[in-house]
Design a protein around this ligand. Structure first.
Ligand code: GLU
Length: 510
């Protein structure tokens, strides 16, 4: 019988959540939802020196914005709590002791200086990677090398110690990874990792394995950077006698820089002047705030859709997936081994797709605050129409007012290059004639104004195509924009006539 699906996202609160972390959470979430499993948030804060205040809250808020809800975790509770490792501190020691008792771990009393001396010694002897391992441990101060009574004396005296894993010598360790297949490592390449520290805290490795076991985790889905630690984790399951409960492993490929060279970092966003984190992050030390996708005006659906295709593909060329559709389509077997480029431009493309698919009235609600902030009275019907005309020209919700200002205020400046190129010869005369014709028009809509435009041009033996951009310039101040007669209809006769009059005075009548 297969065991219930229980997956965890297990970040360390050492800073703002990297996009790679959001994607890891997402893939865990998708698997859990697809298989009717449980999605758990566990905070791995055993390294107190790297703790950053606010990071945990930031992680929770980022994932909430993305639409991922946890079933168990620090903020929602659950039957396997507490879910913050610092609060589980008292229980880890017994597990380390269990490994000492069954011969898989030992006490080590070496000082920082003694460890440094060992490394120096090995370097001089040309050892490529100096390690505390089955060969070197015999010359160090630990419960395997020291007489039993001295070990006891040191423990009784309260000497500082750590507990290390007794890595077997020359043993093949096999890790089955859903994405990578079998990964085989010889234990001689691995060192005697510290499992329990002198400050009374477990290390990542011990706490992670013990908690995965106690929380009945069925699949460990995490970043590729943890693959080298997995052989140790497998050995720990064996040392505890927990082989039966060992989760399945899936290590996700790295997120790479947009140009594909090296690991993605926040600097890549900075370089492009684009956000990097899901939501605003305020550095608790400097008070400096970095703008997030949420605050910049990206849709969480677009962000999630974008992230989902970094390292995973649906097997066909579909690109647009809602969260529910991803739940249906996702599979770990379709996750690639190789790194995925983080293409900021592609995220913008996704955002455009989602923006275009929003009902205009809904988009209008989103942009209305920008209109109010610019000091205009709010007319939702009008704003909805502007959204209809402008949505294809926007990437972000926040672009709206910037590119639609002329719907709300008549232009006072005209794009110079366009004016120089188009406002000449017969144009001022045509615009003067058009203004008069418009004034006399009784029906004002897109087709009547367009017909009037064409007739006026024909009467003057001019081609409408050559006049269109000049007309647009007069009405909007710009050389490009949405369907011009839709704009004409929306602004209304009085406004259009006034704008033509202003353009004629400013740009010249002849
Ligand atoms: N605490 C580790 C991290 O910050 C978790 C790795 C894992 O999922 O095992 O990524």
């Amino acid at each position: 019988m297969s065991k219930p699906v229980r997956v965890r996202f297990a970040p360390s609160p050492t800073g703002p959540l990297h996009p790679g972390g959001v994607r890891t959470a997402l893939f865990n979430y998708l698997l859990a939802r697809q298989l009717g499993g449980t999605f758990i948030l566990r905070i791995e804060d055993t390294d107190q020196t790297r703790f950053v205040p606010g990071a945990e809250q930031f992680i929770i808020e980022s994932l909430e914005w993305c639409g991922m809800q946890f079933d168990e975790g620090v903020h929602v509770g659950g039957p396997y709590g507490p879910y913050r490792q610092s609060e589980r501190k008292p229980m880890y020691r017994a597990y380390a002791d269990q490994l000492i008792e069954n011969g898989h771990a030992y006490y080590a009393f070496d000082t920082e200086q003694e460890l440094e001396e060992m490394r120096e010694r090995l370097k001089k002897a040309n050892v490529a990677s100096p390690q505390y391992n089955s060969i070197t441990r015999v010359n160090m101060k630990n419960s395997l090398s020291l007489p039993a009574d001295e070990v006891q004396r040191r423990l009784d005296a309260g000497d500082e110690f750590v507990i290390r894993f007794k890595m077997p010598r020359n043993e093949e360790v096999r890790v089955k990874d859903i994405i990578r297949g079998w990964v085989v490592v010889n234990s001689s390449q691995l060192d005697d990792k510290v499992l329990f520290k002198s400050d009374g805290m477990p290390t990542y490795h011990l706490a992670n394995v013990v908690d995965d076991y106690l929380m009945k985790i069925s699949h460990v889905i995490r970043g590729e950077e943890w693959l080298p630690s997995t052989p140790l984790h497998v050995l720990l399951y064996q040392a505890f006698g927990w082989e039966e409960a060992m989760p399945e492993f899936a290590h996700l490929p790295l997120l790479l820089k947009p140009d594909g060279d090296g690991k993605l970092s926040k600097r890549d966003g900075d370089r492009l002047g684009l956000p990097f984190y899901a939501i605003n992050w305020t550095n608790p030390e400097t008070g400096e705030t970095t703008l997030g996708y949420r605050e910049t005006g990206y849709f969480p659906e677009a962000y999630i859709n974008f992230l989902s295709l970094l390292g995973w593909n649906p097997g066909d060329n579909r690109e647009i997936f809602s969260l529910d559709e991803l739940v249906q389509a996702f599979s770990l077997e379709r996750v690639n081994k190789h790194g995925a480029r983080y293409d900021f431009g592609k995220l913008n493309w996704f955002n455009q797709q989602y923006l275009r698919s929003k009902p205009h009235a809904e988009l209008a609600e989103m942009v209305a605050p920008q209109v109010a902030a610019a000091g205009h009275a709010i007319d939702m019907a009008f704003i909805t129409e502007v959204c209809r005309l402008m949505n294809e020209r926007m990437t972000l919700v926040s672009d709206f007012y910037k590119i639609s200002t002329y719907f709300f205020v008549a232009p006072t400046k005209f794009e110079e290059e366009v004016a120089a190129k188009r406002w000449k010869d017969a144009v001022p005369g045509f615009v003067t004639g058009l203004k008069t014709a418009f004034e006399g028009l009784s029906t004002w809509d897109a087709s009547s104004t367009e017909a009037c435009f064409n007739e006026t041009a024909a009467a003057m033996e001019l081609k409408p195509g050559q006049l269109m951009q000049a007309y647009r310039l007069a009405v909007s101040g710009q050389g490009a924009g949405p369907a011009i007669f839709e704009l004409t209809a929306l602004l209304g006769k009085d406004e259009i006539v006034a704008r033509l009059a202003y353009a004629l005075t400013t740009l010249g009548k002849a």
